[in-house]
Structures are given as structure tokens and as C-alpha cells.
Design a protein around this ligand. Structure first.
Ligand code: ADP
Ligand code: TRP
Length: 334
């Protein structure tokens, strides 16, 4: 059976958090280990440029994201990891795709529509501070995907529409030239099934500032966990583990007997929230420590990250060049 090409992009917008790790990174790495898959992960740095306008910040985020994936277990010998900007074929393909993309399709993109709606709500002109990068974002993302003849794109629910746009654009090209110039990709929304809660009980997200960054130093991690919002039950009261963010997070990383033991302590009463948080901190710290060590080592030697990314880009470009010359030929360029 032909191997399925699996590709996903990660926007470097800050150090990944526990929700990203359990909801996206780990399921994606698990998928990468499947025999019938060939996986590629890339750091979507040009996508971040739409919002991050400080060069040092963007550079730092790129390394943080690369180091996080490597620390979480990505094996660069088996799985490609590269920087989008190191694969210039992406941008030529994006230019070609632009010619086949209806403007109306871009008008319907959620990300653009949400930004425009926010402007209108705030009494601003619809396109206030909206750059063309945001507007044409789905075209660049389609190029990222189509460049590698990708079959499966693991993404969060919010990105499914973008993958469907990649399908549309590829479909227009295939229809026009009456042959399969581009492979039609499918979105894969595993991981998203479980929304990891954040400190305030809402979905964990950087945008709510309720997240637990993966590689905080121990002391800061503990401080962050102590911020979890709980009800006002006193120490002696029996507590319901199933209605509590601390336990919800504990469950994600503890084994069954650990979960059972902590649930019993909830139900018995006599355990205050501070103590429950301390339990979570210790379990989470044990879970993160080995990864944190790898992460810190990588961040202390960025040239190692550079070497891994450069090697990934070199290998990615071999496929990218093949696809691009196929597309150029099909459309009559060059
Ligand atoms: P944020 O909301 O913090 O900006 P992103 O949108 O960058 O996070 O998330 C990247 C991916 O991580 C998402 O597509 C999704 O698969 C996963 N993810 C993020 N937050 C969570 C969460 N709370 N629970 C489960 N998965 C999540
Ligand atoms: N748009 C995705 C996000 O915001 C990141 C991304 C860019 C991507 N290009 C991609 C994801 C290609 C999958 C495939 O999370």
C-alpha cells in the first residue's frame, strides 16, 4: 500500500502549552510512528509574520517551537521537520495558486471574516488593520500542503476550512488541466476531541492566558498551577473530582491507580485545594521533567536546532522541487 503523506504546520506564536502538547503534538507524533505514514512537520514562520512584528520575538518563537517538538519526541531522522521559509518552492506555488483562487473564496475564510466582523463591531472600517497576508492566508496554507502531495492534514477544528480551501483550489487546477496535477488532501481532526481545560476551566489557550506553558522552570510551573480556579469548599469538605479542573488535568497524565487514589482523597474530604494542586504539580513536573531537560539542552545549543532544520529543509525541497516542476509544466510556465 502506498504510504500516506501526513503534513502539518505549526505557527510559531509562543512556547507550546499543555493543551497543544496533549491535543496536538502527542497525537501527531503518534501518527508519525504509524507504518503506513510518512510525516512532515514544519514551522509556519511566514504565517506568523502576519501578527508578530518584532524580529527577535519571532526568531525566539521559531526555536521554542522546534525545540518543543524535538523534546516531545519527534525523531528528525524519520520525520521531517523544517522551517517553511527554508522551502522557497512554497512561495512560487502560492503565486501559481493565487491565479486559480476566487477572491470570493478568500472573503469566506473564517479568520478574515472574524477580523472584519470585529472591526465592524468596534465601529471601524471593515478592513481596518487587516493585511493581505491575513486575507490570502488560505492560499499560502494550500501551497504548504499541496507542495508535498499531502494526503492527510492533522489540524484543529478551526483549520478544517483552510484544508477545504486547499481542496477547492487544487480541484480548480485539476479540472482546468483535465488531469491530476495536484493531490487532493483531507483534514484529520483527531486530538481535538478532547479540549484540555486551562487554569480558569475554559479551553486552554494562549489567547485566554489560562495556559500552562510546557517548559517553565519548576518554580514558575508550580506558581502557575497554584492559579487554577477552584470553588470555595473548605479543607474538610468532601469534593467531587469530576467537577474540578485540577483533577481533569491530573487525569490526563496520571495512571489509573494514581487517578483512583487522588479521587478517593477528594471524596473522603480533609484535602484542601492547595494540597490537590501540589499533587498535580508533582505529577505534571514528573511528566514534563525529561522533556524539559531535552528542551533546555536544545535551547542552549541552537546550532543543533539549525542543523536539524536545515537538514529537514534540504530533504523537503527534493520533493518540493519535483511537485513544483510538475505544476509549472502543467500550467505552461518554464
Ligand atoms: P492557542 O489556542 O493557545 O493559540 P493554537 O490554536 O496555536 O493554540 O493550537 C494549536 C493546536 O493545538 C490546535 O490546532 C489544537 O489541535 C491544539 N490545542 C490547542 N489548545 C488545545 C486544548 N485546550 N485542548 C486540546 N487541543 C488543543
Ligand atoms: N494555519 C495553521 C494554524 O494556524 C498552521 C498551518 C500553516 C498549517 N500551514 C499549514 C497547518 C499547513 C496544516 C497544514 O494552526
Amino acid at each position: 500500500m502506498k504510504k500516506q503523506i501526513v503534513l502539518t504546520g505549526i505557527k510559531p506564536t509562543g512556547m507550546p502549552h499543555l493543551g497543544n502538547c496533549l491535543g496536538a503534538i502527542r497525537p501527531a507524533l503518534h501518527l508519525a510512528e504509524q507504518q503506513n505514514c510518512e510525516s512532515r512537520f514544519f514551522i509556519a514562520d511566514y504565517h506568523s509574520l502576519n501578527t508578530i512584528r518584532d524580529a527577535d520575538t519571532l526568531r525566539a518563537y521559531i526555536y521554542e517551537v522546534a525545540a518543543s517538538w524535538l523534546a516531545a519526541g519527534l525523531n528528525p531522522d524519520k520525520t521531517l521537520i523544517y522551517r517553511q521559509s527554508d522551502v522557497p518552492e512554497t512561495f512560487e506555488l502560492a503565486t501559481i495558486l493565487t491565479a486559480f483562487t476566487a477572491k470570493g473564496l478568500m472573503n469566506r475564510a473564517h479568520a478574515y471574516k472574524a477580523a472584519a466582523a470585529l472591526n465592524v463591531e468596534g465601529g471601524q472600517p471593515e478592513d481596518h488593520q487587516i493585511n493581505m497576508g491575513l486575507y490570502t492566508y488560505p492560499i499560502l496554507m494550500a501551497a504548504d500542503i499541496l507542495l508535498f502531495d499531502t494526503n492527510l492534514v492533522p489540524v484543529g477544528k478551526d483549520q478544517v476550512q483552510h484544508v477545504e480551501m486547499a481542496q477547492d483550489i487544487a480541484g480548480v487546477i485539476n479540472y482546468n488541466y483535465k488531469k491530476d496535477v495536484l493531490v487532493i488532501p483531507e483534514a484529520l481532526t483527531t486530538g481535538e476531541m478532547m479540549a484540555i481545560p486551562g487554569l480558569d476551566g475554559r479551553k486552554m489557550s494562549k489567547s485566554y492566558d489560562n495556559h500552562i506553558p510546557l517548559f517553565l522552570p519548576e518554580k514558575q510551573l508550580r506558581k502557575r498551577i497554584m492559579k487554577i480556579v477552584t470553588n470555595s469548599q473548605g479543607v474538610e469538605e468532601a469534593k467531587n473530582p469530576d467537577a474540578c479542573t485540577i483533577f481533569a488535568l491530573y487525569k490526563l497524565i496520571a495512571n489509573e491507580s494514581e487517578q483512583h487514589a487522588l479521587a478517593e482523597r477528594y471524596r473522603a474530604g480533609g484535602m484542601g485545594w492547595g494540597e490537590a494542586k501540589q499533587e498535580l504539580f508533582e505529577r505534571l513536573n514528573a511528566f514534563l521533567s525529561p522533556m524539559r531537560e531535552k528542551y533546555d539542552a536544545l535551547m542552549a545549543d541552537r546550532s543543533r536546532i539549525d542543523t536539524i532544520l536545515a537538514d529537514g529543509a534540504r530533504r523537503a525541497r527534493e520533493t518540493a522541487q519535483r511537485t513544483l516542476s510538475r505544476v509549472r509544466k502543467a500550467v505552461g510556465i518554464g
